[in-house]
Write a protein that binds this ligand. Structure first.
Ligand SMILES: NC(=O)c1ccc[n+]([C@@H]2O[C@H](COP(=O)([O-])OP(=O)(O)OC[C@H]3O[C@@H](n4cnc5c(N)ncnc54)[C@H](O)[C@@H]3O)[C@@H](O)[C@H]2O)c1
Length: 265
């Protein structure tokens, strides 16, 4: 039996970066069906085609996660396409430093704060709310897996709103685990610096890219950025019945960043 046999999975933000890698990883792990969603139509269609080519039933549903009715339609569409829902991966996210030039306390504007909170945190609540009845009815080991960040634990200059939103994701994960037990397991993971368009965009936009890389990876005990496929491996485990006694946890996948307080010399 393959790791994700029988699982019908919805992945947000699957057009690029970690979401893209998670879709590939879950297809390779033998998922029954995958619905990918993103606000970027071209990228979303492309990953759905790739998953289909692997031999897993897949489709793309476009949704802007700032819009409640689009989220509701997304859940209904995913359930209709797959005949049910066993797993949601809430991966989509945005970060202040890629939305505005002056991502400081004083420079942050209300629209950017609201955008980051809407996509990173409010959308996870709305998706959980609309998906919950379907997940409770799954009978196939239902799970929700949320993308948080080490920035939800420690302060980060890349995003005042981002860090606050990710701290919210960690807390919301625990409350969801409580409300949805025992029918649905809910967990989140906290990536360190992972090599994706989001991280590479943050590096490119900085005034001193070399120094930014040093700061992003300097606290990793494993001296490099993480690979999106390494995150996908963790998500596949959390979605599978191999993690059947794990709920309400926040798992760092950060090369050891949160294990200490310092920078490698
Ligand atoms: N890359 C890192 O180092 C890192 C570290 C910690 C946590 N994370 C988190 O991991 C997740 C994935 O990050 P990534 O680096 O792959 O990001 P990314 O920017 O490469 O991809 C994010 C995806 O989310 C989609 N998206 C953005 N706004 C949306 C909206 N309004 N509606 C629907 N989709 C939308 C984008 O189109 C994109 O495809 C995010 O939640 C991010 O905060 C990333």
């Amino acid at each position: 039996m393959s790791q994700l046999e029988g699982k019908r999975i919805l992945i947000t933000g699957a057009g690029q970066g970690m979401g893209h890698a998670i879709a590939l990883g879950m297809a390779a792990a033998g998922a029954e069906a995958i619905v990918v969603t993103d606000v970027n139509e071209a990228n979303g269609l492309a990953i759905a085609q790739t998953v289909n080519a692997i031999g897993v039933k897949a489709t793309f549903i476009k949704a802007n996660l700032r819009n409640s009715s689009e989220i509701q339609a997304l859940i209904e569409g995913a359930v209709a396409f797959m005949g049910g829902l066993d797993c949601v991966v809430n991966n989509a996210g945005v970060i202040d430093s890629q939305l505005i030039d002056d991502a400081t306390i004083e420079g942050l504007d209300e629209d950017t704060w609201d955008l980051v909170m809407d996509v990173n945190l409010k959308a996870i609540w709305l998706i959980t709310k609309f998906a919950a009845p379907h997940l409770r009815a799954s009978g196939r080991g239902a799970t929700i897996i949320n993308s948080a960040s080490v920035a939800g634990v420690n302060g980060t200059k890349a995003g005042v709103a981002y860090g606050a939103s990710k701290a919210g994701v960690i807390q919301f994960t625990k409350s969801s685990a409580l409300f949805l037990a025992p029918d649905v397991r809910v967990n989140c993971y906290l990536p360190g610096a992972i090599e994706t368009p989001m991280a590479l965009g943050h590096i490119a936009a900085s005034s001193d890219p070399e120094d930014t890389v040093r700061r992003m990876t300097g606290a990793h005990l494993l001296p490099r950025m993480g690979e999106p496929s390494e995150v996908s491996d963790l998500v596949c485990f959390l979605a599978s019945d191999q993690s059947s006694f794990i709920t309400g946890v926040a798992i760092p996948i950060d090369g050891g960043m949160l294990a200490w307080r310092g920078l490698r010399s």
